[in-house]
Ligand binder design. Structure first.
Ligand code: PEP
Ligand code: MN
Length: 336
């Protein structure tokens, strides 16, 4: 519900009046100068009527809206990440190792993929691992290795903030802050990442519904994120033939119905490298704004996710095959 204020209203008094009626006032919108703008967003309560609220001194109007994700709905299909438009005509490729293993390791990968037109270098410095005894990432030093490799080769950085404590360091170095699948509903983290103001790559929780995913995007935008790009990476299913079940229906829904940018990660979706090309091609056909793909110079020795990594020696051929599947834009933007 949006309560609009008159230009000469006292916002604090209007807020008090709303709160005294049992409403949960979620936000006072601020302008760039910090001055309150002339509306607030409040929860809806059946105990109050629109007429009652409209009679509060200083209120100029009350709009009840059925849009549950107002900011996500208003965002649009593109997000600008440090000058690279994601969701435009050109699909964005986000390629790199699962974990940043050393400075030389990530540099070798960056030098190989940058000439292939890859816009984003991916790589985890902070790793969410199922076992606490598995490699947890090199942390802050790895952020520096990743950033230097990206800068030296003209790419942007996408990397995960695993906890609130990581946000300042990650937000300083990453062009695009990744929220991992396991954290999609970590609302304290979403708020902290939102406050950083960075654009965010929001991975889908492995059992998250579309509504939950969109609401998490809403948390980020309400917190101050400069755009949210959704990332489908597979959901849990009854079948363990593949690591996850890549939900291309959700991709088509986001891209063509919600008109939002969605990246597909077939590496985590399938968990095996031989399915990256067919799933990546299908994702592009379904409306993906780009692909996230893991690669490694020597997958058998990778510290994480070796079985799904494309050997670096094969990445040129893989990207060529994927690019051949990019749908040609149609007059209605690709939707059919
Ligand atoms: C990753 O991309 O490094 C990752 C851990 O992915 P997810 O959160 O989708 O498992
Ligand atoms: Mn991985």
């Amino acid at each position: 519900m949006i309560v609009s204020l008159k230009a000469d209203a006292n916002p604090a008094e209007v807020l008090r009046a709303l709160v005294s009626r049992g409403l949960w006032v979620t936000q006072v919108e601020k302008s760039a100068s910090g001055e309150p703008r002339h509306y607030v967003i409040a929860s809806y309560s059946a105990a109050t009527s629109v007429e009652d609220l409209a009679s509060i001194d200083g209120v100029s109007g009350v709009t009840t809206s059925k849009v549950e994700h107002p900011r996500v709905s208003a965002q649009g299909p593109t997000v600008d990440v440090s000058g690279v438009v994601v969701g435009g005509v050109k699909p964005a490729f986000m390629v790199g190792p699962c974990s940043v293993e050393s400075e030389a390791h990530v540099r070798e990968i960056a030098e190989r993929i940058a000439p292939l037109g890859v816009a984003f270098l991916r790589g985890g410095a902070y790793k969410p691992r199922t076992s606490p005894y598995a490699f947890q990432g090199h942390g802050e030093p790895a952020l520096g290795w990743l950033k230097r490799a990206a800068e030296a080769t003209g790419m942007k950085v996408v990397t995960e903030a695993l906890s609130e404590a990581d946000v300042p360091a990650v937000a300083e170095l990453a062009d695009l802050v990744q929220i991992g699948s396991r954290n999609m509903q970590n609302y304290a983290l979403l708020k902290a990442v939102g406050r950083s103001g960075r654009p965010v790559l929001l991975k889908r929780g492995m059992s998250a519904t579309m509504d939950e995913w969109l609401h998490s995007g809403e948390y980020l935008l309400a917190g101050g994120a400069r755009g949210v790009i959704f990332c489908e990476r597979g959901i849990r299913s009854f079948d363990d033939a593949t690591r996850n079940l890549l939900d291309l229906g959700a991709v088509a829904l986001l891209a063509h119905v919600h008109k939002l940018p969605v990246i597909v990660d077939p590496s985590h979706g399938a968990g095996r490298r031989d399915l990256i090309v067919p799933l990546g091609r299908a994702a592009l056909a379904a409306g993906a704004a780009g692909l996230m793909i893991e690669t490694h110079a020597d997958p058998p020795t990778a510290l994480s996710d070796g079985p799904q990594a494309i050997p670096l020696a094969e990445i040129t051929a893989v990207l060529r095959e994927l690019r051949a599947a990019i749908p040609r834009p149609t007059s209605n933007g690709g939707a059919s």
